[in-house]
Design a protein around this ligand. Structure first.
Ligand code: LMR
Length: 397
């Protein structure tokens, strides 16, 4: 009997399976609104010019490939802490924060969820709906997944009352993952008031909250996008943050992420630091250097940073124009205003009221690829395709 006989075959990961199926599709007309990757008007995902320059500089200056150490690139960590906690935050000089380079935002989520488990967490709550890899990470660590309602489908806005009602069932010490700006898959974001109220609620209930920030700069800009996260942390007093540079620096395959935590006392953070180091050691042993090195080079250089910010702004503005054009085309095609809310949502994703069967039909019959959840990647569109994409989507709406 084979060693592997007890294993059942798993279905492919929904998004990765879609990516492969799209690549293999030989039809002349096909549209990829699946995996969350930014594409330009020509359908390419070019390397940002600031990244190209930083990479060239990095390679020219690099004289060793020796390990950097458990925290990875310390300059990178400092820059990301500047974004998240603020450059002059007293908590940082008081030893109440920690930061580690992680293999992508998902590595940071894994580190944070592992830390929750070491703190005694048994259950981790995620928004319903959420990025499918959130429950995947939680389950892979042997923890139970809880779900909290997130948005009101009627109004297309975040539903704080429903979130708090569901999270009221959480026990003290339960984990909660809350997404920062540009919620995946809905594009519906929390207001500043929501963030404050959730921070106060988390403190009162003793919840172990991790904020997942994967699209910093894609909603309203670098400062605006961090206002909610900072308001939450100010109210909660403690919390964890997983930060990804995959999207805003276009570094997808380089796996540049950062795990951070804020605590009320330096002693707790000092202990947590030893655990995060131990979690990293037991999994990836040492964090990857290249992507974090690129980000540190960009953020540490005035001219490169300005160039990156210009490129980030142009990605954000292009997504906003695509949203508007798609919303207009869908309103016209469907004769209904209900999808006008696409323009009030943020970032790469929105979720359309399309059933899993509808999504399957669009893929099989009309070559439009989207996950069964009805999520579309706005950043995968281009202006030229919008009339035809709207025509196809309208058949399922
Ligand atoms: C997505 O949601 O499409 C992206 O975050 C890519 C991924 O890894 O799933």
């Amino acid at each position: 009997m084979s060693l592997y006989a007890s294993l059942s075959t798993l279905p492919p990961d929904a998004l990765l399976g879609l990516m492969t199926a799209y690549r293999e599709d030989k039809r002349a007309e096909k549209f990829d609104l699946g995996v969350g990757v930014y594409k330009d008007e020509a359908g390419n995902t070019p390397i940002l010019s600031a990244v190209k320059k930083a990479e060239a500089r990095l390679i020219a200056a690099q004289d060793t490939k020796v390990y950097e150490g458990p925290r990875g690139n310390v300059d990178f960590c400092t820059h990301v802490e500047d974004f998240v906690f603020g450059a002059g935050a007293p908590a940082r000089t008081e030893g109440r924060t920690l930061s580690f380079t992680a293999p992508g935002g998902c590595g940071a989520l894994f580190a944070g969820t592992s830390l929750m488990r070491r703190m005694g967490t048994k259950k981790v709550w995620v928004s319903k709906p959420t990025w499918p890899n959130h429950p995947n990470v939680v389950r892979s660590l042997g923890l139970v997944v809880g779900e909290y309602r997130y948005a009101d489908p009627e109004t297309g806005t975040a539903d704080r009352a429903a979130m708090i009602a569901d999270l009221s069932q959480a026990a003290p010490g339960d984990g909660v993952i809350i997404q920062g700006p540009c919620h995946n898959p809905t594009g519906i974001d929390l207001t500043l008031e929501d963030w404050r109220a959730l921070g106060a609620f988390a403190r009162e209930r003793g919840l172990a909250v991790m904020l997942d920030v994967a699209y910093h700069g894609f909603a309203g800009g670098l400062a605006d996008d961090m206002a909610g996260v900072q308001a939450f942390l100010a109210e909660a007093g403690e919390g964890m943050v997983a930060y990804s540079c995959s999207k805003n620096f276009g570094l997808y395959r380089e796996r540049a992420g950062c795990f951070m935590a804020l605590g009320e006392a330096p002693e707790g953070i000092a202990a947590a630091t030893t655990h995060v180091a131990d979690i990293g050691r037991a999994t990836w042993s040492m964090p990857p250097a290249h992507g974090a090195g690129i980000v540190a080079t960009i953020l540490g250089d005035k001219a490169l940073r300005a160039e990156w910010e210009t490129e980030l702004t142009s990605m954000r503005e292009r997504m906003i124009s695509l949203r508007k054009a798609l919303a207009d085309a869908l309103v016209e095609r469907t004769g209904s205003n209900r999808l006008a809310s696409l323009t009030t949502q943020n970032g790469m994703f929105s979720q359309l009221p399309i059933t899993p069967e509808g999504a399957k039909k669009l893929r099989e019959e009309l070559g439009l690829y989207m996950p069964a959840s009805g999520r579309i990647n706005i950043a995968g569109l281009n202006m030229g395709d919008i009339p035809r994409v709207a025509e196809i989507l309208a058949t399922a709406l």
